[in-house]
Design a protein around this ligand. Structure first.
Ligand SMILES: *Cc1c(COP(=O)(O)O)cnc(C)c1O
Length: 406
């Protein structure tokens, strides 16, 4: 069963001191910490079987290829993809989104419509704006209400036979909103549109089933779910991946090359040009194994407790506003807040001196900040390895910062 002290012992960084104080790491929404087993996978690869994959006949190359392909299978199983070749290993969420956007450049026509949500991360807005400029397609936005929840009746109105593509995050990185992606996918399919879900903030908290969701594309980064930076995945339904053209040209993605014509390799290699992040892919597999061994039921229970406790404790503070859904069941363990008259950056700086890591700023989601007419927020994002004791330290530090700044 879930034993918090045992879990914490898996993460060497958590016993660090920062600025002379025990580290309280509440910036998990930016990147998670890594358990020893993932660090070991990285060290093992470079110390025991580093070699390029899919090329050499020699032993090390075969070991590396096997480990890389085994990681793909672990990821396939984790997300319940039907085929292993529906899992494309990329450098992360941003690249995965760009890969799909690039592919749709050859599919979209002038005046086709793309729908995105008002809760998007910049990496989920810019590629679609670029795609619209390139193709003459039109970008539409699902608005949100004052609790940071998308308004589904407005979404219904935006959908038409012009809609070709819908993009939405599973969980908002700025506010923690858990979006109704089941409904979004079903409705988009009714008008024949494809759906891409950005799961970068969801995968640290829950285990998506891409077949049950019937989603066309699902993307995530390893580094927010206990894996290393620089690696992530694109899940795509086979029919879509066959339809989309390759993203990058180069080695590994070709079947035959002459100066007259190149034919592309089969999936997944068609989208994996060049030497990939071999070590990262293998460690991504180790991270998926680790999270499943901890168990997503235990993770959800621990994080719900932290969210409820953290919300209650912060509400003790006068003039403090928490943004995002009031119903905590529609929210991940992220608390985004402000204190009247105090800039979020100033609080962040003071509590850093006390060993506490939070995010301050617009969280790559400027349109959300504009909606609330604020420069940014302080975001405390909890992982399953955080504790109520850390929340107490954090709340006392915020109170102290407010006293110093008022
Ligand atoms: C972090 C994040 C991204 C970008 O992920 P990268 O790993 O930087 O590519 C995209 N969308 C959401 C919702 C995120 O939280």
């Amino acid at each position: 069963m879930f034993d918090i002290q045992k879990v914490r012992a898996d993460f060497p960084i958590l016993s660090q001191k920062v600025n002379g104080k025990p580290l309280v790491y509440f910036d998990n929404g930016a990147t998670s910490q890594k358990p020893q087993i993932v660090i070991d996978a990285i060290v093992d690869y470079y110390s025991k079987y580093n070699a390029n994959i899919h090329r050499g006949v020699h032993t090390l190359s075969q070991l590396a290829t096997d480990a890389y392909e085994e990681a793909r299978l672990k990821i396939q199983k984790h997300f319940n993809a039907k085929q292993n070749y529906e899992i494309i290993l990329t450098s992360g969420t941003t690249e995965s989104i760009n890969l799909v956007a690039n592919g749709f450049a050859s599919i979209l026509q002038k005046n086709d419509e793309i729908i995105v949500s008002a809760l998007e991360h910049h990496s989920n807005i810019v590629p679609w704006q670029m795609l619209c400029e390139q193709t003459g397609a039109i970008l539409k936005v699902i608005p949100m209400d004052i609790h940071g929840e998308l308004i589904m009746s407005e979404y219904d109105k935006l959908l038409s036979d012009k809609t070709k593509l819908v993009f939405c995050n599973h969980i908002s990185n700025a506010l923690g909103t858990l979006n109704p992606i089941g409904y979004i996918i079903k409705k988009a399919h009714e008008v024949g549109a494809a759906v891409l879900i950005d799961g970068a903030q969801a995968c640290p908290h829950l285990k998506p089933d891409v077949q049950a969701l019937d989603v066309d594309f699902y993307v995530t980064s390893a580094h927010k779910m206990c894996g290393p930076t620089g690696v992530g995945m694109l899940y795509g339904k086979e029919e879509w991946l066959r339809k989309l053209p390759p993203y990058k040209g180069g080695g590994e993605m070709i079947a035959t090359v002459t100066f007259e014509k190149t034919t592309y390799a089969d999936l997944p290699h068609k989208f994996e040009a060049g030497t990939p992040n071999i070590c990262g892919g293998i460690a991504f597999g180790a991270a998926v194994d680790y999270m499943n061994a901890i168990g997503f039921d235990g993770i959800a229970k621990q994080e719900k407790e932290l969210l409820e406790y953290g919300t209650k404790r912060l509400q003790e503070i006068d003039n403090l506003t928490i943004y995002g859904p009031e119903d905590l069941n529609r929210k991940a363990s992220v608390i985004s807040f402000n204190v009247d008259g105090i800039h979020p950056y100033d609080i962040g700086t003071i509590i850093d001196k006390l060993g506490i890591a939070v995010r301050t700023g617009h969280h790559c989601a400027q349109p959300i900040m504009d909606f609330f007419k604020i420069p940014g927020t302080i975001r405390a994002s909890f992982a399953f390895y955080n504790t109520k004791e850390e929340i107490d330290i954090f709340v006392e530090a915020v109170k102290k910062a407010i006293t110093m700044l008022s």
